[in-house]
Design a protein around this ligand. Structure first.
Ligand SMILES: NC(=O)c1ccc[n+]([C@@H]2O[C@H](COP(=O)([O-])OP(=O)(O)OC[C@H]3O[C@@H](n4cnc5c(N)ncnc54)[C@H](O)[C@@H]3O)[C@@H](O)[C@H]2O)c1
Length: 359
């Protein structure tokens, strides 16, 4: 029997509630430490993980108690000390997306973790949804290679709701950093390709409750020729959300009508779409269970670590390219934004792209 992985959970806000449920139900992991400066957050978490040690300051727990990994659920800005503590203490890291609030900072974390030999995975849970995995299968078995796509995510996100985090209300580019990062990452993952050109416009509609841009429109070209028309917003002016990700392929189309499911396909001559029977799922839970299983398998050497920090930099470069393109009015090639260290690492290391069939 393999001993459970002992996890210190840092940041006990909205996202951590899901993680506590998932980890507490997992025979492979156990929560041994809880960290948050807010007493009420610690009390709430301790009620769910009574055996854990809780502290306001990460320095009182990380490196001080026996543990194997740290799950970072704090806002993306201000993780410097946490990342350093994990690396110095040689604890594996599972960090919620985005890894940082700038690509430069994220790259520093990736280099630091690599130098310390610390595994670093980023929580890109949408890759692990059954709908995402079945989309990959449809390309292989029914409709052929993707040629172009339309990705639409329209949501009136009331950022004042008690169950939601509050920092996106005031941060720069909240849609891109907090939400579109999932979508851009999914495109790279599903199309098995890297972006070579992004033309984007970000803006904020007059009724937006966000201080900065809640809308992103982008035209994205990938190195395998796939072109995607992307529209994402947290400030749609209807409370009923709308999601559609349609990909036109060599022999038909794939259409996903819900961000957690509802997958259909049609061949060119079909009169109607064929619905794919997806396994039952609970959103935010089953995707986190699968993500955690991948983290555990990576730490135990059973399969290569997925969603690595280094791979994440390529999705973050897409965010950066959208911002730059919007500022300059020019198309941007995200790979031109890579630093020398990133380009060198990209040449000598297999990217996560090559492991994509394994999930
Ligand atoms: N993968 C997903 O689907 C998903 C969904 C929601 C949020 N997230 C991500 O999870 C992270 C956290 O988001 P959230 O919604 O839980 O935010 P939140 O604001 O609800 O919670 C953050 C918590 O971190 C605590 N905190 C801040 N700095 C800290 C520090 N240095 N040490 C310890 N605790 C600290 C805060 O007190 C707060 O309790 C973000 O990166 C966000 O993007 C991911």
């Amino acid at each position: 029997m393999t001993a459970p992985i002992r996890i210190i959970l840092v940041g006990l806000g909205a996202r951590a509630q899901f993680w506590m449920r998932v980890i507490n139900a997992s025979p492979d992991c156990t929560i041994v430490g809880l960290v948050d400066p807010v007493q009420a957050a610690r009390d709430r978490a301790l009620a769910q993980c009574p055996g854990a040690i809780a502290a306001a300051d990460p320095q009182d727990v990380i490196g001080r108690i026996a543990a194997d990994a740290v799950l970072i659920c704090t806002p993306p800005g201000g993780r410097e000390m946490l990342m350093e503590l994990c690396c110095v203490s040689r604890l594996a890291i599972l960090a919620e997306k985005p890894l940082a609030d700038s690509v430069e900072q994220a790259e520093r974390y990736v280099l630091m973790a690599e130098a310390a030999g610390v595994p670093l995975m980023v929580g890109l849970n949408f890759r692990y949804l059954a709908v995402t995995q079945h989309t990959l299968k449809l390309f292989e078995t029914e409709v052929g290679s993707p040629a172009y796509g339309r990705f639409t995510y329209e949501r009136w996100r009331d950022g004042t709701l008690a169950r939601l985090n509050k920092y996106p209300l005031t941060m720069q580019q909240p849609m891109l950093w907090e939400q579109s990062i999932h979508h851009l990452d999914l495109m790279r993952y599903v199309y098995r390709a890297e972006p070579v050109e992004i033309f984007a416009k970000t803006f904020n509609p007059p009724w937006s409750m966000y201080a900065h841009e809640a809308n992103v429109s982008a035209l994205i070209t990938f190195d395998n020729g796939v072109i995607v028309n992307y529209q994402g917003t947290w400030a749609a002016n209807w409370q009923t959300p709308h999601f559609e990700w349609r990909t036109d392929c060599a022999e038909g189309i794939v259409s996903q009508a819900d961000q957690f499911g509802d997958l259909r396909y049609a061949k060119r001559a079909d009169e109607a779409l064929t619905r794919i029977d997806l396994p039952p799922y609970e959103q935010w839970i089953d995707d986190a269970i699968a993500l955690l299983a991948a983290f555990v398998a990576g730490l135990r050497g059973e399969r290569p670590l997925e969603c690595t920090g280094r791979d994440h930099l390529k999705s973050l470069r897409m965010v950066q390219a959208c911002i730059l393109s919007s500022q300059t009015g020019q198309a941007v090639n995200p790979s031109h934004l890579e630093t020398g260290a990133e380009q060198k690492a990209g040449r000598v290391r297999p990217s996560d792209n090559q492991n994509r069939g394994t999930q």
